[in-house]
Design a protein around this ligand. Sequence first.
Ligand code: C2E
Ligand code: MG
Ligand code: MG
Length: 620
Amino acid sequence: MEKDYIFYIEYGAKRMTVELIYSTGTGLFQEVLARPWLFLICILALTALLTGVTALLSREWLQLRHKKWMLSLHDLYEQAMDRTTDAVLILDGRGTILSWNRASEELLGYSKEEMLQQPSARLVPGDRRLIQNALDRCRQEMLLPLKARHKDGRSINLLLTLQPHNHFYTATLRFDEFKPVTVETTWHGDKDVLTGLPNRTAFLAYLEEQTAIKTFAFSVSFLSIDSFPRLAEALGRKPSERLLLDMTDRLQTVLPKGAFLARWSDCVFALILPDEDVALAGIWEQLRQKLKQPFSVNGLQLFAPLSIGTCFYPQDGKNAEMLLQHAYVAKRQAKQIKDTSVSYFDASMMSQIERMFQLEADLPMALSKQELELHYQPQVNLADRSIVSAEALLRWNHPELGLISPLEFIPIAEETETIVPIGWWVIEEALREFHQLKANDTPLQQIAVNVSLIQLERPDFAERLELLLHRYQVNAACLEIELTESIMQESSRLTGVLEKLQEIGVTIALDDFGTGYSSLSRLYSLPLDRLKIDKSFIDDIAVSPSALNVVHTVVYLAEQTGLDVVAEGVETIEQVHMLKELNCLIYQGYYFARPLAADALKGTLRNYQIPKDVPIGAGM
Ligand code: C2E
Ligand code: MG
Ligand code: MG
């Protein structure tokens, strides 16, 4: 007879089923079954065997799982540690470094490979027991100031926060505080040889440290002496170095203790200041006052205004690169104003600066591509209502951006010194045009050109001008050179060239008079022929008694000193009447004519009939 036996073997939660099939007529199994004690032994042996195998398998399995789990946990932990912006280390009870994250790497320059399993004493070579002593005492969170050594050799003041856990400690490192390094006292890093200030490398390192702290707001500024390259060329090395040293002194006298001032490049200083809005505005104001005094160099009295661009950490940039770029953009903006001026970065400046860079790149080719053109704005004499002169005004027809105002591209041309070839082109073109007009017997007595200071102070300016006058057979007295008031700041240096021009016989007008730096004494000392009263006074002449007073005074002053006056930007009949009353008899402005292309000017001159009364709408 055949019979099925089914056995259940239980191991832990697992139940195994062993089915034994035997047939009554067969050998060994029948024998075992016939002896119950043998049967029991077999069952026990089988159970032990299965238990052992199962235990072995599940231990291996658990170990594998555990290993995998630990690996992924470790990965996660590493990633998390590397992403934290704080420098965090884990130390065991003996101070051995068990974990070193990326922020620690950035802070102290050592990689994980270099620091893992190393004694934490390596961080503070000056006091190797410092951290160990702290660990021995550490029962709860404690702070430990220390002087750590960066891999590059710098020593850095850090604050270590120790946190005890069961068998290990976490240690967070951060800069001790906003530790301003004042130039004259504590700085021992890379120095600029001339001024003794920290140099560009030192400034960068310091800025990077400050952005790493993340808790303190501060400002980053560039302060540029824009006129310095020209001054240096004209004065020579020693005197220009003297000027830089004087400038450094003036800066240091207005800067507070927390300031970090560095020499960024030849004529640019870089500055970090703890962020206090009011204090910053006060500092700039003091600086402005200081720079109103001329620098005395080689017996010359020179002015050196600064263009200051400022941005703030963290709102304008979270890292050094961003902050430097934004401070630079703001500085470029400030540069457009000729006097010492401050510009604070704002996001809209980025598109302006991109345009500026495009213009800067395209400008050198504008001449050869014939994109430049001169327009001419007539000047009228109210005494006899004749057109007496015309001012040549530059226009740039940019192939993509359209017509660009000279107010926008002249400063760029000045910065890149493209203004010199452009300026010569303007003079030559104006003389060529004037020569033609004269050949056609026009009543125009003079042509005026605007000349940039950068071109004027080239040593060969007067000679080249004479050559051109000769080439186009234009009498020197028929050419007027318009200079902006900023020449007053450089008057002592420019007297020579101005006197030379006077000798040649060209006339000199001071443009935009009233907006800048003119002092009466300097006005008297320069060989000028004419003052052009700035449009801003003319705008208000009919509505503001003080504007009227200014114009009145300028006219009086001009009469006393034998200068002519011209009113700029006259737009209304009321203004014309007022000017006539004030005896300011020559004017230019939209009221009579806008700047005209050469052909339109010729047409206007040809058709102009002297009106009985004040001139009305001759050109447009
Ligand atoms: P500027 O020499 O003072 O020229 C007068 C400016 O006032 C011109 O602007 C002219 O178009 C404008 N204007 C004249 N009358 C009126 C008026 O009634 N109303 C108004 N709203 N504006 C009037 P523009 O042509 O844009 O030139 C601006 C400045 O660019 C010039 O001021 C001059 O400083 C500079 N510039 C122009 N051409 C040259 C050049 O060839 N060389 C140099 N270095 N600078 C130039
Ligand atoms: Mg002008
Ligand atoms: Mg002007």
